[in-house]
Design a protein around this ligand. Structure first.
Ligand code: COA
Length: 262
């Protein structure tokens, strides 16, 4: 599939997905959102053996959030059209959040508004030490609404109450403290750090990683008693009996590499 506002490239076990509207710092409009939804649907259907996806931005910044010009035009739309558009934006974040492989965010320059929202749907986020973050929507009279479930799950209520309400920008060091970001490095070391994460991921069992990713989401939505009986015990039972689980355990005991390590 070819896209106007996305660059996609397969690089060994990694699918590289790059937002590509550098003139507006990769701000997303309806067309780019539709492309991200189409890309995610395609990836969900057929990951073609990819073990991780790296999400990055072309040009000077990762992503400046929603395109303010596009948002300004929606006042002319009917309420129904507006709800439909917002639903599609919400689905874009959900579909990226649920990718069946780890999603690694490579953040340089700025991740503002929905750009910080994209960081929140990544499993692992590596940021340049001079990158700027922010939930700045209230400064423009809008709110960080469709990103809120993903952001709250990452930064918690207290940080959200401060940052959603003041709309101030904050540095990568603060994003790291509240665990929106997992590693902060000089910009020149971003790719090397991302590649180290990829190397860890490809040494893990692919099905186990996919199940672990969905388990985190499912467990976080359950009360503890429900989680232990209905979900976690069953999941463990099926993983250890699986061909992959058996291969990993046997490889360890036989002091050899498991089949998924090339
Ligand atoms: N929507 C539409 N256009 C945007 C945009 C956005 N969210 N963010 C940046 N742009 C445009 C600018 O208007 C500018 O266009 P111009 O060249 O026609 O003047 C161009 O992108 C470059 O922006 P600029 O601010 O000069 O780039 P920078 O590298 O100095 O700063 C940012 C990058 C991301 C820090 C800065 O552009 C910014 O803060 N953008 C607003 C982010 C925001 O508030 N997002 C929330 C939206 S709800």
């Amino acid at each position: 599939m070819s896209y106007k506002f996305l660059l996609t490239r397969r690089d060994g076990p990694v699918e590289r997905l790059t937002l590509n509207r550098p003139d507006v710092r990769n701000a997303f409009n309806a067309e780019m959102i539709a492309e991200l939804c189409a890309w995610a649907a395609d990836f969900h259907r057929e990951p073609r053996g990819a073990r991780a996806v790296v999400l990055a931005g072309a040009g000077k910044a990762f992503c400046a959030g929603a395109d303010a010009k596009w948002l300004a035009t929606v006042a002319a739309h009917s309420e129904e059209e507006n709800v439909r558009d917002s639903t599609i934006t919400s689905q874009m974040f959900r579909d990226l959040d649920r990718l069946p492989v780890p999603l690694i965010g490579r953040i340089h320059g700025a991740a503002i508004g929905g750009g910080s929202g994209l960081a929140a749907v990544c499993d692992i986020v590596v940021a340049a030490d001079d990158a700027v973050f922010g939930f700045t929507e209230v400064k423009l009279g809008v709110i960080p609404s469709v990103i809120s479930p993903f952001v709250l799950a990452k930064i918690g209520l207290s940080a959200a109450r401060e940052l959603f309400l003041i709309g101030a920008r904050f540095p990568a060091a603060r994003a790291y403290k509240m665990e929106l970001v997992h590693a902060v490095v000089p910009a020149a070391e971003l790719d090397e750090t991302v590649n180290r994460y990829v190397a860890e991921i490809v040494s893990g069992a692919p099905e186990a990683i996919a199940v672990a990713k969905s388990l985190i989401r499912d467990v976080s939505n359950l009360e503890i008693g429900e989680a232990t009986t209905a979900l976690t015990a069953r999941t463990l039972a099926s993983r250890r009996a699986s061909a992959e689980g058996q291969e990993g355990l046997r490889a360890f005991l036989e002091k050899r590499k498991p089949s998924w390590v090339k």
